[in-house]
Design a protein around this ligand. Structure first.
Ligand SMILES: [Zn+2]
Length: 190
């Protein structure tokens, strides 16, 4: 099994040569030469990254565009790379778009400050990995619908909607982000 994976990966490297070549290796007539163990590891992880980037392409494109908009409009606080994702601390918005995870914790007129948002959005990033091109439809649409309901609820009743995280896909994202129901209840009480 390991040998097959390794051979497949190598075949892929050769196909991609010379466009995706690790620094320590070279290309000769389109074929990759001098692949040692470490280089192979780095190379395999690069190939995986490229595969995921393509699998999650729609949300990755949106995420990259949003990063540009956040930067241009001064709503970017901090960017860090953690656990294979790009975490962006923003001013005023949180959303998980493939590799790009935007989060903030101040809250706004419609939602309370949320100290768990970074972990919650990280949870959505697993949904993106699993669902790939279906993510925006299967997770994005119901999620936006819940946000809109929260906004309407606030405008109509004058109160904050506290059940945003109770239903699909938000409760699932909480679980994937390692947030327990107790932690969520506590954060909503704070
Ligand atoms: Zn969410």
């Amino acid at each position: 099994m390991r040998t097959t994976t390794s051979l497949d990966a190598r075949r892929l490297h050769v196909t991609l040569c010379p466009w995706l070549v690790p620094r320590e290796s070279t290309c000769k007539r389109g074929a990759l030469v001098r692949v040692d163990k470490d280089v192979h590891r780095v190379y395999t992880s690069s190939v995986k990254t490229v595969m995921f980037a393509l699998w999650e392409l729609p949300q990755n494109l949106l995420g990259a565009a949003l990063l540009g908009v956040a930067w241009a409009s001064g709503r970017l606080r901090k960017v860090s790379i953690e656990r294979g994702r790009i975490f962006i601390e923003s001013r005023g918005f949180g959303v998980s778009l493939g590799l790009f995870i935007f989060w903030f914790h101040e809250g706004n007129r419609y939602f309370k400050p949320d100290s768990l948002m970074k972990r919650h959005e990280y949870g959505h990033s697993f949904q993106s990995r699993w669902l790939g091109p279906l993510y925006l439809l299967a997770v994005g649409v119901p999620s936006v619908a819940r946000v809109l309901y929260g906004v309407a609820y606030r405008e109509v009743t004058g109160r904050t909607w506290r059940r945003y995280y109770d239903g699909y896909p938000e409760n699932w994202a909480d679980r994937l982000g390692g947030i327990s129901p107790d932690e969520r209840a506590q954060s909503l009480r704070a």
